[in-house]
Structure formats: C-alpha cells, structure tokens
Design a protein around this ligand. Structure first.
Ligand code: ATP
Ligand code: MG
Length: 602
C-alpha cells in the first residue's frame, strides 16, 4: 500500500525522468510556450527600461529644465505602456491556454488508463486516491507549468537584465546593491525549508482528512443507522486540529519570511542611498542615476522572493507529477498480447471487421486462481459447458461463485491453467472482443445518471428507440417505466438512486437483452422485491437466458430448477453437479441446501 503514502513521493531531489515525461505533454504546445517566453522577454525588457526612461526625464527635463524634450518623453512612455499592456495580455492568454490544454491532456491520459485497468487495480486502489490524482494533482501540475513557468522566466530575465544594466551604469553601486544577495539567498533557503516541511505535514493531514471525508460521506447512511455520528466526529476533530496546528506553523514561517526579505531589501536600499547620495553631492553621478538604482533595488528583490516561492512550488509539483504518472504509467496486469491487438484492435480503435463470432462453449482446464491478496480460491478447477447451456451456481457465501464468473469475463486471469472459449484459449482473442459478446448483469446493477432510455441503450449504442422499448417490453420493465410521468425519459439519478433495486435489475436485463450477448452472466439479486416485480424478474431471467450460454449465480429456486445444470460449490470446488431432479434424487448436498434453504420459498 506504500504508494498511497505522501512520503513515498520525493520532495527534495530533482527527478529528471518524471519531468521528461511531463514536458513531453507540453510538446504540442511549443508554439504557445514560445509566444509566452517572447512576451515575458519583452516584459523584462520594458521593466529594465522603465527606470531608464525616468532617469532621462529627471536628468534632462527636470535637471536641465529642457521642456522641449517633453514630447519625446511622452512618446517613450506611451510605447512603454503599450508594450506592457499588450505583453501582459498575451501572456495571460497563453498561460491560460497552456494550463487548460495540459490539464486536459493529463486527465485524458489518466482516464484512458482507468478504463483499461482491470478489476484487480480497483481492489487495491482507494477511489479517493484516484480522484485526487484526477483533480488536485493535475491542476497543480498544469498550474505550475503555465503560470509558474512564465513567472519563473520573467523573474530570471528581469534579474539578468537589471544586473547587466546596473553594471553598465555604475559598477560601484551595482556591487553595493548585490552585496546583500548572499544573505538573501541564505535566508530564503532557511525559511523555504521550514515552510515546505510544514506544508508537507499539512498535505499529509489533508489526505487523511479527505479519506475520512470520503468514508463519512459514502458511509453516511450506515453511520446514521449505527449512530456513529459522535465517534466519527471525534476522529474528524482530531485530524482537523492536527491540520490546524501545522497550518499555523506554516503561516508563522511564511509571515516571518516576507518581512525578513523586505528588511534585507531595505538595507540594500539604505546602502545605495548612502553611497549614492555621497556621489550625487560630489557630482560623481546624477540624481537620475541614483533614482535608477533605487528603482532597481526594489525591482530586483521582488523576483528573488518569487523565485524561491516558485521553486518550492515546482518541488511540490514534482510530487504531484510522480503520483499522476504512477497512475498513467500503471501497467494493467491483464492485457492483450501485441499480436492479438494487431488483429483485433485496441479498446478505443477496435478492428471489428476481424472479429469472429462467439458460439458460447466455455471450458475451464485445470484452473487455479488467487486474488492479489488472499488465499487460493480455485485449485485445478475444470468444467465444460456447451453452447446454449444454462448453468446455475449455488453454494455458501465465499464458495467462489463470483470468482468463477469474474474469470469468464476476464476481469481477472487464472494464475494456473487456462479457460477456453469455443475451444480456443481465451487470451487468443482481445478483451474488447470478449466484452462485446458477453453480458454481465451484476448483483447490484449500476445505472449511470441519465434517462431510462439512455441506460438501456448502453447495451447497444446504435439501437433505435423502438428497439430499446421492445427489449424493455420483453423483460416486462415497461410496466413500471410507463407508470412514471416521464416514461422512458425519467432521470434515474446518480447511480440509479431514484429507482428500487428490483427496477434497476429489470433495466439491466433490458440492457443485456438489447446487447444480445452469446454468453450471459447473471449475479442474481437476493433482495426481496414485491411479488409483481418478482414475477417480472423471473420472466426476464427466462427471456434473457433463452438461446445462449448462461451462468446464473442463483438464489431463486425457480431459476435453479429450470437450469440445465446445477453446480454446487464449496471452497472453490464443484462438490455436486447435475439437474434439479437428479440432484434431489441423489439426496446429497444440494438436497440438504434445497430442503433447508428453499423449501419454504417454493
Ligand atoms: N476482490 C477480492 N480480493 C481478495 N479476495 C477476494 C476478492 N473477492 C473475493 N475474494 C475471496 O475469494 C473467495 C471467494 O469469493 P467469491 O466472491 O467468489 O464468493 P461467492 O461464492 O461469490 O460468495 P457470495 O455468495 O457471498 O457472493 C472468498 O474467500 C473471498 O474472500
Ligand atoms: Mg458473489
């Protein structure tokens, strides 16, 4: 689990590999980076030029009382204002564009990866961690690589420009001004280190708080039923007071830092005034020159403060980059071989013209399986199912029913042995091909926010409204749908929250029917529904199962009784198999299960 911890991402050392990959995302934006750089170059130039224009006014217009030069001064000043305004406008536009594009690229890459990653990734990755990568980290990065980069180059260029200008005008005063620089750098590093450390603590606390938030919100209903509000609040309170302590520490250091820098800058100003003043009274230099140096001192120390700040932000951004890239670079542990991809195409660019049909024979050959964490669930598991056969899986909780169907869906892959489809190893064909031909109705069916019509249509995106309605009718979902005021246009709410479990199940049956899969997998809902819905579901199950290979994790007696083959599972092994009559006649495990569990339901 180490990679969810803040500490495992570097905060100090420069990580060239990481930045190389991030900068590659900036490549398509080269043009904008160039325009941005040009605009800050111009800005730095006018920043350096501005005191020089004023010096001209002070020495020539005021000093020599030559008003005829005034129009020339006004023109120079106008040019200064126009260049300043247009360049500021340009860099704001450019930085905004770079920021948006980069955030878009990073999120798109991460999202594509999330689509490609198999179930096992989600088993071990907290959703909150993924959300943080998609939101704050990608924002951080795009922010620093647009505004941060532009600020950084502006600051650098201005410091270089001012240093050169100072030495050209007066070496002695230039040296005096720069004499405080070492102190400044030392103080900056001193404070930065401490501020960074405090911020790192804050971030650590923050991710803990976000986690607690996440739990608190997603588990709100459970909290309320178990009356855990108070203990939850106490946990939360402890976390937030820790956060508060570290925040205050950071604020104190940040608060001390800026006045200290200002103090040092004032000393520099004082020194310039003192030595410059003496030179002015001895008419070694003009008042204009003294003015230029006073201005430069102010201008010089501002970017120094900013640079320290930006460099610190780059360090933080590096941690963000490492985390985002750990997601983007995550290798899915279930993926198609290159030659399979070449023939069948990728998820996003499938080559459907090469896809052969699936007929629905399924064989497990000596399959062994264990989850990422946990013990061996299946050992030398073998099974042969002919096309069109309906199979009911029964057994106690944890027996391995869901595991078997997860393997058929290739949500996980066997750790030993192999699974054949129509006699060919499963991984000879692409995951995209498989999922196109396979339907899975989950125990707790998931709907996407949108209308009922849209939700059924996810089964086959090119289905017409008539086809959608026809499949709803076949599973008898039309009864409750038409009782809604908006009918098929009814919004189901986030995750289908506005519908009952039975209704959601019927909609996912309609969806599966529309998709017309060759292999159908059904994790039957155990939830009790009203008798009408119960009947509809029963009817729907028979309808969707007809004419295809089907695996049903069955809790309803009627489903089990009608299955061609019943598999009784225990600890990942088939302990009995046969149809209802033969198993009842055998008076074994199934008979016991049946008499204990189903008798009163029948
Ligand atoms: N994602 C997972 N990660 C680790 N172990 C898992 C995971 N899913 C299931 N297991 C373990 O694998 C074993 C088989 O679980 P499985 O979900 O297949 O049981 P099941 O028969 O479907 O049970 P139920 O009737 O409760 O749904 C159990 O011991 C379970 O703890
Ligand atoms: Mg299960």
């Amino acid at each position: 689990m180490a990679y969810f911890e803040e500490e495992s991402y570097t905060d100090i050392k420069f990580n060239w590999q990481t930045w190389k990959q991030i900068f590659a995302y900036l490549k398509p934006l080269k043009k904008y980076l160039f325009i941005g750089f040009f605009s800050v170059l111009m800005l730095a130039a006018v920043d350096v030029a501005y005191p020089l224009i004023n010096r001209y006014a002070i020495d020539r217009i005021i000093g020599e009382n030559d008003l005829s030069l005034l129009p020339r001064f006004i023109i120079m000043y106008l040019i200064y204002v126009i260049v300043l305004a247009s360049m500021v406008f340009t860099f704001i536009r450019v930085a905004g564009h770079i920021q948006n594009q980069l955030a878009y690229t990073i999120r798109k890459k991460a999202f594509e990866k999330l689509q490609a990653l198999p179930f096992s990734y989600y088993d071990r990755t907290p959703i909150g961690w993924i959300m943080a990568r998609m939101t704050s980290d990608s924002r951080n990065l795009s922010d620093i690589l647009s505004w941060g980069l532009i600020d950084l180059s502006w600051g650098f260029l201005m410091m270089i420009g001012i240093t050169v200008a100072m030495f050209v005008i007066n070496v002695k005063l230039a040296l005096i001004t720069l004499s405080v620089l070492p102190v400044l750098i030392y103080v900056s590093i001193f404070f930065r280190k401490r501020i960074l450390k405090a911020y790192r603590e804050i971030r650590k606390q923050n991710s803990k708080i976000t986690g607690a938030f996440n739990e608190g919100i997603t588990g709100a209903k459970t909290t309320k039923t178990l009356v855990l509000e108070d203990s939850n609040f106490q946990d939360f309170d402890r976390l937030t007071s820790n956060m508060r302590r570290h925040s205050i520490r950071a604020a104190v250091f940040a608060g001390l830092y800026f006045p200290t820098i200002l103090f040092i800058a004032s000393i520099a100003t004082g020194l310039v005034f003192y030595y410059g003043g003496i030179d002015v009274s001895n008419t070694v230099i003009s008042i204009g020159v003294l003015y230029v140096f006073i201005s430069y001192v102010g201008q010089f120390f501002e970017p120094v403060m900013q640079l320290a700040n930006i460099l610190a932000r780059f360090q933080q951004a590096q941690a963000s980059a490492e985390r985002v890239l750990s997601l983007i670079n995550q290798e899915p542990d279930i993926k198609d071989r290159p030659e399979v991809l070449a023939q069948y195409g990728t998820m996003t660019a499938p080559k459907k013209e090469n896809w052969e049909p699936l007929y629905g024979d399924v064989s497990f050959k000596q399959v062994g399986f264990k989850y990422h964490k946990g013990e061996q669930v299946l050992k030398t598991f073998s099974l042969d199912i002919k096309r069109g056969e309906s199979v009911a899986l029964v057994g106690h909780t944890g027996a391995g029913k869901s595991t078997i169907v997860n393997l058929i869906c290739r949500f996980y892959e066997p750790t030993e042995g192999e699974i054949l489809l129509d006699g060919r190893p499963m991984n000879d064909r692409s995951i995209g091909w498989l999922h196109d031909k396979l339907g899975y109705v989950l125990q707790s069916p998931h709907l996407f926010s949108g209308t009922i019509m849209e939700n059924i249509r996810y089964g086959r995106l090119d289905a017409t409204d008539e086809e959608v309605i026809a499949s709803a009718k076949m599973v008898e979902a039309d009864r409750f749908i038409e009782s809604f005021e908006a009918g098929y246009k009814t919004e189901v709410g986030e995750g289908g929250s506005r519908l009952s479990v039975g209704q959601k199940q019927l909609i996912s049956f309609a969806r599966a029917l529309l998709a017309d899969p060759k292999i159908l997998i059904l994790d039957e809902a155990t939830s009790s529904v009203d008798t009408q819905t119960e009947k509809s579901i029963q009817h729907a199950i028979e309808t969707v199962m007809a004419g295809r290979t089907s695996f049903v994790i069955a809790h309803r007696l009627s489903t089990i009784v009608n299955a061609d083959r019943i598999l009784v599972l225990q600890h990942g092994e088939i302990i009995e198999s046969g149809n209802h009559e033969s198993l009842i006649a055998a008076k074994g495990h199934y008979y016991k299960l049946y008499t204990n569990q189903f008798q009163d339901l029948a």
